[in-house]
Design a protein around this ligand. Structure first.
Ligand code: ADP
Length: 424
């Protein structure tokens, strides 16, 4: 098919269990998709017949149909094809198995299944989580989505781990609605930068989550789906084991890597059901630069929203005296200089007061929930994030961009490694 032909209106007839896959790469390009006949879904969200959906650069999409359908696509796609082989039947069986566990546990008033999705990067972990959550919510469940992937930031912004109650299917273009997520700030885009802190924070999230599961019966019976990052070797593998233990997982779905599957079967307690799943041939590998652009986009959306749902953040100044700024992690001390009771590595989770300086320019600051500026700050969840847009050392002020107008809901702020250049 010539490039020009790809840009005109095309109709695709899909047979049952087929998937139309396409990518939009060109910046500024828009692709419009309409379901003409039949039934179809995108990563578990049903398409509304005759409604037109818009996709922009970066979109990597699969329209799947259980029954067969006709789809119209308008605009220039970079890749577009119909796939007959997909793992959707297997993924749907996973959903069915989780649903059986939910029904049984509901009768006994026990918590629903806690399932964790693991595997290397770019195997469709986030996508599988989205499909399973969508299927659960379409059955009237109210599951919790936990995201431990600090590199992507599906909940809140990158550099965080969090949990979100899913009350309705993900919107095709904007994903799951972000109402009152529980968010912990890690402050780095890779868990390996400070794996001790990462372990502490994921443990804390697990503890809070277990308490919250007990609050609402419907959520309790619906269970949890946990997404993880693609770090699966050495320390990364230990993190998976630790998360499995902390969240008391019942099921682990391993995408694509048999070695990881075998290791988990060997190392997890026998009551944990470890299953191996093929990755979809449609999953697209994401380059380092795209990954970084995606992170930037997530932060931009946090402050400015999306074209459909615009937000208007507030710029204002804060006096240095008005805030208490911290960073987590002090430089290591030689073993011979360690104060009594301190172990090597303890410095990594030390709360260090910080005087604002030009080094924090463009950095994200987490607004903590902590009441006092003590060690609890590290394990406190966050109210939200602000971004430093200017540092004035003469006036001793910083300018920030904030989702909420002044005053800040708390003056205890924690520095993140993540940066955002506000180009608005
Ligand atoms: P991981 O979480 O393992 O890193 P993702 O779920 O984020 O992987 O998938 C990587 C990319 O592949 C995403 O952009 C997603 O939209 C795309 N993708 C996933 N499944 C399919 C599919 N079946 N067809 C086309 N693109 C897909």
């Amino acid at each position: 098919m010539s490039e020009d032909k790809k840009s005109v209106l095309q109709e695709y007839k899909l047979e049952s269990d087929n998937e139309l896959r396409f990518e939009v790469e060109t910046k500024g390009e828009k692709v419009y998709l309409t379901l003409k006949n039949g039934l179809a879904e995108i990563f578990g969200t049903e398409l509304v017949k005759a409604k037109t959906y818009e996709f922009t650069a970066g979109a990597k999409v699969a329209v799947f149909t259980w029954q067969g359908c006709t789809i119209e696509v308008k605009g220039k796609t970079d890749v577009i094809y119909i796939a007959k082989e997909t793992p959707m039947v297997v993924y749907s069986n996973c959903h069915a198995a989780l649903e059986i566990m939910r029904s049984v546990n509901e009768k006994n008033n026990k918590r629903g299944p806690i399932a964790m999705v693991v595997g290397p990067t770019d195997v469709g972990k986030s996508t599988l989580c989205r499909i399973l959550l969508n299927y659960a919510v379409r059955m009237g469940r109210r599951p919790i989505f936990v995201d431990l992937d600090v590199g992507q930031g599906n909940i809140s912004i990158p550099g965080t781990v969090g949990a979100l109650v899913i009350e309705r299917p993900a919107s095709i273009d904007e994903g799951f609605s972000q109402e009152a997520p529980l968010v912990y700030n890690f402050g780095h885009k890779s868990p390996g930068t400070n794996s001790k802190l990462y372990g502490m924070i994921t443990n804390q999230l697990a503890t809070t989550l277990k308490e919250r599961l007990e609050i609402n019966k419907r959520t309790k019976h619906s269970g949890v789906i946990i997404n993880t990052c693609g770090w699966i070797k050495n320390e990364g593998y230990k993190q998976i084991l630790q998360a499995g233990e902390a969240f008391e997982v019942d099921v682990i779905m391993v995408l694509d890597q048999e070695r990881l599957y075998n290791e988990l079967v060997r190392d997890m307690p026998s009551y944990v059901n470890v299953v191996f799943l093929q990755k979809s041939g449609g999953v697209v590998e994401i380059s380092k630069s795209t990954r970084s652009e995606n992170r930037d986009q997530r932060i931009r959306e946090y402050f400015y929203g999306t074209p459909k749902n615009q937000l208007y953040p507030h710029p204002f100044d804060l006096k240095w005296s008005e805030i208490k700024l911290f960073k987590i992690g002090a430089p290591p001390l030689p073993d011979s200089c360690l104060p009594h009771g301190m172990k090597p590595g303890d410095n990594l989770t030390k709360l260090v007061p910080l005087t604002p300086n030009v080094g924090i320019l463009h950095h994200i600051l987490a607004v903590s929930f902590a009441e006092k500026p003590d060690d609890e700050v590290i394990l406190s969840h966050v109210i939200g994030f602000i971004c430093v847009t200017n540092v004035d050392t003469d006036r001793q002020t910083i300018s920030v961009l904030s989702p909420q107008p002044k005053p800040l809901p708390n003056h205890i702020l924690v520095l993140s490694e993540l940066q955002f250049m506000d180009s608005h």
